[in-house]
Write a protein that binds this ligand. Structure first.
Ligand code: PMP
Length: 366
């Protein structure tokens, strides 16, 4: 039997663990920040028809530049944040925002270059960074998981990274950044600034999107995804908005025909039914705010959340609580600072199961 260590694998990959949020068959999967509302029968039918329409052309490669899809995404962003005047020329799409981030690092990172992020944050930023041969620099968020502009600027000035990651709302904490923090980093950063807005549609009223900063900031990249609010995680469609020159850079590193004809057709159909797909967002926001209030009333520490998940603690032994809840069919996530747990917001029924399982788990660990 050959083992991994027998292979001439890259030295920097030796001993690494693959990304591994558990994929378990449980009644209540509240661990990967998906939208719990599946497509309606009407939409399932429309998606099926869209796939059937392209099926007869699958002997041909798809549109390499996904022009129609990018136009649709630009129109969606314009509606989400009015006044942007975005066109498809300023939007780029790939297989999930993970692939978007990978392409950004392939174009702007690489050997001899560095990317910096503020932890705790999305665990794939450092992983994709390292896999692209880029050095990862760990900076830190404040105690309350926010990020004071002065501290952010100090980290950027100290390390002068080629790429800075700002995640807003942040995963796994849920914390959104004020525009002043993003503007301060844009001013100080010598390279590209990526604002990962995977959860933007869940933000609370009054929390602006970094999209509003695009004009006049050619080194700003705002990434979004259809995996979360858009309830299309299975489609694998992420996208970004940036200066057209940034997209010219990404064209140099993307694989030809990276977005299949099926993906493009499904994503366009989903966008055409955007109002329906996003219809669950309001209910999820309410359910999130209720979860935060309930957890606080139960005496837990809870991070403010502008996302569709809540980080709460603190547990001297979070593994025991996680396991006890899993025993009741409720799968949440062991992620972030060591004494905290994260729950993705689900349907009212799923959240009731979460509350019961957590209460029981706390009784057990007494
Ligand atoms: N960014 C953040 C902050 C995320 O939490 C996630 C998914 N967990 C992603 C990007 C990647 O999402 P996807 O590839 O499905 O678009």
């Amino acid at each position: 039997m050959t083992s991994l260590s027998d292979l001439p694998i890259r030295d920097d990959l030796r001993g690494q663990e693959p990304y591994g949020a558990p994929q378990l068959d449980v009644p209540y999967a509240l661990n990967t920040n998906e939208n719990p509302y599946p497509p309606s029968e009407r939409l399932v039918k429309a998606l099926g028809e869209a796939v059937a329409d392209v099926a007869g052309t699958l002997n041909r490669y798809p549109d390499r530049d996904a022009v129609a899809l990018r136009d649709d995404l630009a129109a969606f962003l314009d509606a989400d944040t009015p006044g942007l005047g975005l066109t498809g020329r300023r939007v780029w799409a790939a297989n999930g925002s993970n692939e978007i981030i990978q392409q950004v690092l392939q174009a702007f990172g690489g050997p001899g270059r560095a990317a910096l992020g503020f932890e705790p944050s999305y665990s794939m930023h450092p992983v994709i960074t390292r896999v692209s041969g880029t050095r990862w620099v760990n900076a830190f968020r404040d105690e309350d998981f926010g990020l004071e502009p002065e501290r952010a600027v100090a980290a950027v000035e100290e390390h002068r990274p080629d790429v800075v990651f700002l995640t807003s709302p942040n995963n796994p904490t849920g914390t959104a950044l004020p525009l002043e923090a993003i503007e301060a980093v844009l001013k100080a950063a010598p390279g590209m600034v990526v604002v990962d807005e995977a959860y933007a549609e869940f933000r609370r009223a009054g929390t602006p999107s970094a999209l509003t900063l695009l004009g006049g900031h050619p080194r700003l990249i705002v990434t979004r995804t259809m995996s979360k609010a858009f309830a299309m995680a299975g489609t694998r469609l992420g996208y970004l908005a940036a200066d057209p020159a940034v997209i010219d850079a990404l064209l140099l590193v993307r694989l030809p025909y990276h977005l299949s004809a099926v993906t493009q057709a499904v994503a366009r159909t989903a966008l055409a039914h955007g109002a329906e797909l996003l219809g669950g967002v309001e209910a999820l926001r309410r359910e999130r705010d209720a979860a935060v209030a309930w957890l606080r009333a139960e005496g837990f520490a809870v991070a403010d959340s502008d996302a569709n998940f809540v980080l709460f603690g603190t547990f001297p032994d979070r593994r025991r609580v996680w396991e006890a809840m899993l025993g009741e069919g409720v799968l949440i996530r062991e992620v972030g600072p060591p004494e905290w747990l994260r729950v993705s917001v689900g349907t009212p029924e799923e959240m009731a199961a979460f509350r019961t399982a957590l209460k029981n788990a706390m009784k057990e660990s007494l």
